[in-house]
Design a protein around this ligand. Structure first.
Ligand code: ADP
Length: 704
């Protein structure tokens, strides 16, 4: 029997808190859990449960059970509970062993919950030890019991009503109020995920479920796709090999799969009592799974989970069914919206990943949208796009310093606006750096076929144009340069075959044929050399090399290129340290520069080759110990505009002098590539009609 003489032990604050919790507006199950939590502050127990009469089945009352611990054994001492119900007395009994917790010597206190002389439930508490539920504890429980009884009866009333008519109009007032709020939310335009998140959050609050997930059903693949989830103690989705969450699984698995296939809701009161329940997470004891239909097809499955057994009653199931039925129209809208969003995201991705500059303009030429490449292709930065941006009012002035033909672009825009249905194309040339842009402007229309403006596609074709130019130059130079020696070889051999010449004449002709064949061979060598260098196939054979010795070896090779008009000075100090280079490649570099110096000094003069230790290096030069070599001449010099280009393949300074001299424009590009392969740099200083000096650096051999 409960005793009530030690009232001084009662904590009024705790009782008030309990009253507040038990009369609360939220889910009954959640309120009972809160009650257990508070009660533990006054009464020491490690486990508790409430059996309460939820509805009548004929004359037999049906009981629901709410446990504090998820591992509460089932069934647990039913006989004893029945006894308490009959006797309507608190009973303390000592269990030998609690098999769930492995605690021996457990005392159970069973207290009847009575309302208006009627038994409506049993509260059971378990504690370790034999003398645990002392008088003050029992007093506290006695004081709390009427509050609990009132809450149980109110819940039972509501459940009877729902059991009789499990539809919306029979829901309790507070649920109806909450539903009305939710229906208002349903009217708002939501993106799919936003909508599902709102729906899940509402359902968790309304049922007291601890966790939940809403998945979309993919009928084609017979799969479920997790869309939103909340409340799981551990991340419910595993990761694939790319680190992306695994959102899909076959609908042959799990409770939500069953609901997706059958279209019927499932209520698992306790997983331990349910044969077919194979829940994904081991901590879950009870589960509600409800389908949401759109056009007679299950489109979503909402699952609500709890680690408590019997966490959900029929009232929660009915409520969620009503909500899911009402969710169809807003879900349909959200799905349409999502589909449009996906299409526009896909198009957006295509738009932004295209390497050409794209811009959508309205009828007035205002840029409505542009991709990242648009700015890059014009060489602009993002700042100028703040605010409305017009082509050509804003674009042309920004490009003005670089535009080769400013009026051309403005005219192009004007023509586009005056003939809005025409497709137009133009080429825009920019300076510093040189860029050639191909602009295509096509009219755009909306879904009603009305003209909306234009789409500009701007492609940087500088490289293609350059490749074209190179190809044409290659053909013209090669055909010219090859034809000249070939013509003389053919002419002289024809002569030799046709007639007999004297010995000296014959020798002279054969010498010419030999020289021209050599020249041909050099051109072919250069062509092959360029392609090998470009393919990265040239490897260096590095040795410690004395440059004085190297020059001595080269004199014989150089002499055919020299004439009496040139005085060649070689200035290499005795003490100069050796270089660490590929002997043949350095010879090739020097021969190229020295023959150019002679070739482009038609009036003769001095050609000076100097070698020095490099004590100062140009600013952008790699660090290290280098020798600096220079080849100076007093020849034609190179105009300033041509200086940056002489290193390009097939580039030749175009004037009457150089045309007469002839060449392929390959020598310097090969020379530059060979110098850089050694880790050095090459540059030139030149004054027209005074002469040029080519400088280059090569690594010094350093003592180990
Ligand atoms: P090539 O001599 O076969 O034309 P290069 O690549 O060796 O080709 O030289 C490219 C251009 O640079 C030459 O056409 C010439 O106009 C110019 N150039 C090279 N060296 C000199 C020089 N020492 N003096 C004046 N112009 C030179």
């Amino acid at each position: 029997m409960l005793v009530s003489h030690t009232t001084h032990q009662l904590s009024p604050t705790l009782l008030t808190a309990l009253a507040h919790v038990l009369s609360g507006e939220y889910a009954f199950v959640a309120r009972v859990h809160k009650m257990f939590e508070l009660l533990q502050q006054a009464v020491p127990f490690y486990d508790g449960r409430l059996l309460y009469q939820s509805q009548s089945h004929g004359s037999e009352p049906l009981y629901e059970q709410i446990n504090t611990a998820s591992r509460w054994p089932m069934p647990w001492n039913e006989e004893q509970t029945r006894q308490v119900m009959h006797s309507r007395m608190a009973v303390q009994s000592a269990d030998a062993l609690d098999d769930a917790t492995d605690i021996s010597n457990v005392t159970t206190l069973s207290v009847p919950v009575v309302w208006a002389e009627q038994l409506c439930g049993v509260l059971e508490l378990r504690a370790e030890g034999s003398d645990v539920f002392a008088a003050p504890h029992q007093t506290f429980i006695a004081a709390m019991l009427p509050l609990l009884a009132a809450a149980v009866v109110a819940e039972a009333d509501k459940t009877y009503a729902l059991a009789a008519h499990p539809q919306a109009h029979t829901l309790m007032q507070r649920q109806e109020d909450a539903l009305n709020d939710l229906y208002e939310e349903f009217g708002a335009p939501y993106a799919l995920n936003e909508f599902l998140t709102m729906l899940l959050r509402w359902s968790l609050d309304a049922t007291g479920a601890e966790a939940g997930m809403i998945s979309l059903v993919d009928h084609d693949k017979k799969q479920l796709v997790a869309q939103v989830y909340q409340g799981y103690p551990q991340e419910p989705l595993s990761r694939d090999i790319y680190g992306e969450p695994r959102r899909r699984w076959s609908w042959d698995m799990g409770v939500s799969g069953e609901v997706a296939r059958s279209g019927r809701p499932l209520h698992i009161r306790d997983v331990a009592r349910n044969s077919h329940a194979s829940l994904s997470t081991p901590d879950i004891r009870s589960e509600l799974a409800v389908p949401i239909f759109v056009d007679d097809q299950v489109v979503c499955v909402m699952v609500l989970d709890s680690p408590r057994s019997l966490a959900f009653g029929d009232s929660e199931l009915s409520l969620i069914q009503v909500v899911c039925d009402a969710a169809t129209p807003p879900l349909r809208r959200a799905l349409w919206y999502q589909q449009t969003l996906e299409t526009s995201t896909q198009l957006g991705q295509v738009f932004s990943s295209i390497p050409d500059g794209l811009a959508l303009l309205d009828n007035e030429g205002r840029v409505l949208r542009h991709n990242p490449a648009w700015l890059g292709v014009w060489g602009l930065n993002g700042d100028i796009l703040n605010g409305a941006f017009h082509v050509p009012w804003d674009l042309v002035p920004h490009l003005l310093p670089r535009l080769h033909d400013p009026l051309g672009l403005s005219d192009f825009c004007a023509v586009g606006q005056s003939s809005p249905t025409e497709v137009q194309t133009t080429m825009v040339i920019l300076r510093d750096p040189h860029q050639e842009l191909h602009v295509l402007s096509t009219p755009t229309r909306d879904s009603l076929e009305q003209l909306t403006g234009r789409l500009w596609v701007v492609s940087d074709v500088t490289r293609e144009r350059e490749a074209d130019r190179l190809k044409n130059e290659f053909i013209s130079i090669v055909s010219h340069e090859l034809r000249t020696p070939l013509t003389s070889i053919l002419g002289y051999t024809e002569l030799l075959l046709a007639r007999d010449f004297g010995r000296d004449e014959q020798r002279e002709f054969v010498q010419t044929v030999y020289d021209q064949a050599n020249h041909l061979s050099k051109i072919v060598e250069d062509l092959l050399g360029v392609s090998r260098l470009e393919a990265g196939k040239v490897k260096l054979n590095l040795w410690v090399v004395s440059l004085r010795q190297l020059m001595a070896e080269m004199t014989a090779q150089l002499s055919p290129h020299l004439s009496s008009r040139h005085r060649v000075v070689i200035d290499i100090p005795q003490q100069i340290p050796p270089a660490y280079v590929d002997r043949d490649k350095i010879k090739q570099i020097l021969i190229n520069l020295l023959t150019n110096a002679v070739k482009y000094s038609p009036r003769g003069g001095e050609v000076i080759l100097k070698v020095r230790e490099a004590f100062t290096l140009p600013l952008d030069h790699p660090e290290g110990d280098f020798l600096i070599l220079s080849v100076h001449d007093q020849g034609l010099g190179i105009p300033e505009d041509d200086l940056p280009h002489i290193w390009e393949r097939f580039y030749r300074v175009d004037n009457s002098n150089t045309r007469r001299i002839g060449g392929t424009g390959l020598g310097l590009s090969i020379t530059k590539a060979l110098v850089e392969l050694h880790g050095g740099r090459i540059w030139v200083e030149s004054i027209v009609n005074e002469g040029s000096t080519f400088f280059f650096t090569i690594p010094m051999a350093v003592e180990p």
